[in-house]
Ligand binder design. Structure first.
Ligand SMILES: [Ca+2]
Ligand SMILES: [Ca+2]
Length: 103
């Protein structure tokens, strides 16, 4: 198996082993996929704070560098990064405490 997962999930696969005399056995394995980012941690420094909001503003409006894990910045799970993600982060940190929903 190869590739880079873009969603957290569980991947199942069956491994089969056989020997020359003809004996064979197989076993099902499940591999949990854990995403390497924290939702809302736009700059991937293990904290969610004002720097994440500023990073996202720079990326969305000033041609700044894209977030290391764009899905971590898509906090409303809309498929793109825009003002709504920025406002959601502001609400999380300084408002009523928005619930983040990343892909
Ligand atoms: Ca951060
Ligand atoms: Ca979004």
């Amino acid at each position: 198996m190869t590739g880079i997962p873009d969603i957290a999930d569980t991947v199942g696969f069956t491994a089969r082993a056989a020997d020359i005399p003809g004996s064979a056995d197989e076993k099902l394995f499940e591999l949990p996929i854990v995403m390497p980012y924290t939702c809302g941690d736009v700059n991937n420094d293990d904290e969610i704070n004002l720097l994440d909001i500023l990073y996202l503003i720079e990326a969305v409006y000033s041609g700044g560098e894209a977030p290391p894990y764009p899905n971590a910045a898509d906090v409303n799970n809309s498929g793109d990064l825009n003002l709504l993600d920025i406002l959601t982060l502001i609400d999380l940190l300084y408002g009523d405490g928005a619930v983040l929903d990343c892909p």
